[in-house]
Design a protein. Sequence first.
Length: 178
Amino acid sequence: MDTSREKAWSVLTSHVKETVLLNHCRAVEVAMRAYAEKYQSDVAYWGAVGLLHDVDFEKYPEQHPTQAAMLLQPHGYSEAFIADVESHARDWPGERSQLQKTLYAVDELTGFIIACALVRPDKDLANVEVKSVLKKLKDKAFARAVNRETLWAGAEMMGVEMAEHIEFVRAALAKDYQ
């Protein structure tokens, strides 16, 4: 199975046209690649899962992520890969693998951290401070579409402190997300 970035990007852009969603998928890819490196796992595989995690969202928002299989199978992605992609559903049944926990934990956090950067005068991810992100988490009016419970549950699921998780994802985004 080909998990190259080139293939994943080609598949994603054949199903997703909205720039905002493409950017979100890229941000999740960056965070997943960074965590894969940390956990000494397959960086290309984890990155492809992150990049394709919302492949069905634009066409099937009400059924997301259950339509990913229909879109990914024709491109040769395995059942295990598709399960990894679909595993970020809040109601995912059963135990999650480390990759699946990570995808769940970084999905909404990437967007939240980027939103924190965008309200800064310099809009620079490198200058976003953990304490600022934690403060914004308490402000329910800020990035109100982001489910705070999911953010906290994701860090807990991974077994990391929220501040450590925020800093890791922020650093990854500052380094590799443009």
